[in-house]
Design a protein around this ligand. Sequence first.
Ligand SMILES: CC(C)(COP(=O)(O)OP(=O)(O)OC[C@H]1O[C@@H](n2cnc3c(N)ncnc32)[C@H](O)[C@@H]1OP(=O)(O)O)[C@@H](O)C(=O)NCCC(=O)NCCS
Length: 171
Amino acid sequence: MQGKNPKDSRTTMTDMVLPSETNPLNNLFGGELLARMDRAASIAARRHSRRITVTASVNHVAFNQSVPVGSVLTVEAAVSRAFKTSMEVYLDVWMEDRFSGERTKANEAIYTFVAVDDTGRPTEVPPLVPETDLEKQRFDAALRRKQLSLVLAGKMQPNEATELKALFLQD
Ligand SMILES: CC(C)(COP(=O)(O)OP(=O)(O)OC[C@H]1O[C@@H](n2cnc3c(N)ncnc32)[C@H](O)[C@@H]1OP(=O)(O)O)[C@@H](O)C(=O)NCCC(=O)NCCS
């Protein structure tokens, strides 16, 4: 299968934060942000694989900054590494200042999607070829994250997670 670049799957979704999506402090609910990220990541995974894709795991989410009602929020998603049937999708979330239009990073997240056939069986995806330095960094670290996710899910023995273990054994 021919490789694809992260830009082939890049997906950008911009939307406003409405009062019905906020908590009593008038900031965006975490679950609403997770749903927005899931949708953007799902489209990115579909663009990479051109298959039906399902969320296998939410590997990492950092709610570093609260997002007030009325904010304009942009979710950017792109496949950061493809394995056999699974894809890691990296998400960057940006908040736009109402007055200056300046964008600040609000959140980051990493999801895993699996491409499946019409019966829900995992099916192979094209390899990912990173281009920029950031894409290469994310690509390199993705294998460790996959191993950590599988270990936590009880689907891999810790002693099989070679690349993950190496991270802790460095001088
Ligand atoms: C995701 C799903 C297809 C995986 O099926 P499975 O029978 O476990 O299939 P496999 O063991 O062959 O795993 C398929 C791939 O997913 C990866 N995977 C499975 N669980 C994972 C996890 N927790 N973290 C990271 N990767 C995972 C495997 O490593 C494998 O990757 P690879 O082929 O690229 O090496 C299946 O569990 C499923 O359909 N889950 C429900 C999905 C869904 O409905 N999501 C929405 C939730 S509301």
